[in-house]
Design a binder for this molecule. Sequence first.
Ligand SMILES: *Cc1c(COP(=O)(O)O)cnc(C)c1O
Ligand code: SF4
Length: 374
Amino acid sequence: MECNRLQLAEKKKEEVKCKAVQEKFQRFMTIDEVSKIFDLDKDELKKICSNYPMRIPDYYLSLIKEKGDGVYKQCIPSSAEIYDLCGEEDPLHEEPEHQKRKNVPSLLTHRYPDRVLFRISNSCAMYCRFCTRKRKVGDITKNPTWEEMAKAILYIKQHPEIRDVILSGGDPLMLPNKLLEKIIKAVHSIISKRENGIIRIGTRIPCVFPQRITEELCDMLKKYHPIYINTHFNHPNEITPESKRACELLVNAGIPVGNQTVLLKGVNDNPETMKKLMLGLLSIRVRPYYIYQCDTVKGANHFRTRVEKGLEIYKSLRGHTSGLAVPQFVIDAPGGGGKIPLLPEYVQSIDKDKVVLKNYEGNTHEYPQIKEDY
Ligand SMILES: *Cc1c(COP(=O)(O)O)cnc(C)c1O
Ligand code: SF4
């Protein structure tokens, strides 16, 4: 009990410090400012934000080139969010009551055999309007306590099959370095003893608030290798000297940085924009990892495209540009089915003598099978 109180006090102190750090780098836009800059109805904005919070770093806002562009749509609240009657609040069934495995602590999603998602923060530097977790991000009453974190860490310890822990959120890098290190250190001390143990961090901060990526942070992270980061860029205009600096700093600390993009209507739903984004990422040493079909989230259905669009974009990349720029196109299946890859029809037929394939130009090629008794 005493110990717990001390830990809470420590966390509180860290939070205050974190706020100070953020304020040094960062200003968040107010509703007043946003309504003035873009000539939006203030009461309507307030109404939307009382359902789904708004947070936009002034850096990110500065990337908007015109009202309604791909950067604007990701951060400026839209009435479509509150008049959306379709979709689910928790489409991926991440909450404990939806999970197949029982007795999983509230901060963990243990869907796959050897890895878990560990949500260590409930806040983000920006609240993306299309977020799958919009049901809860930004709600301070849902911020994880140290007690909950300790339960999650204990679960990882008691499940030797887990070798890959993905720190997620919200955004894990919203935590102050000290608290973040405490968590990573605890996870690392368990995982590093397991065969092929790794830690991953899923964070949008290199894209929306790159000033948070400092040498101090990288020096801390690199003590706990192997660490991988997956970040989240959705539009070529997000690739800037600042985000380049942030990604390169991470890569120079020996952390491979991958990227997950969400296919979003009006943001990146055409081959040219997506190709520019993928190549731009490689140029800042970030490897495209996944393109997601947009989840069926209540309040974000206006961002969904049809699946054919994703396949068309995938076809426009594969073969036409560096394979490194071609991520997997996946649907995170509603109801907790996990990520399922989609491919255009490259395989035309398979029989015992040959496989008939179609290449990126649409030409047919054959590959002879090895005889079964060879
Ligand atoms: C995405 C995800 C993972 C990681 O999947 P990879 O394909 O290994 O990157 C793990 N657990 C959950 C619950 C996820 O949603
Ligand atoms: S940073 Fe990620 S978790 Fe946070 S609001 Fe954006 S998409 Fe959601």
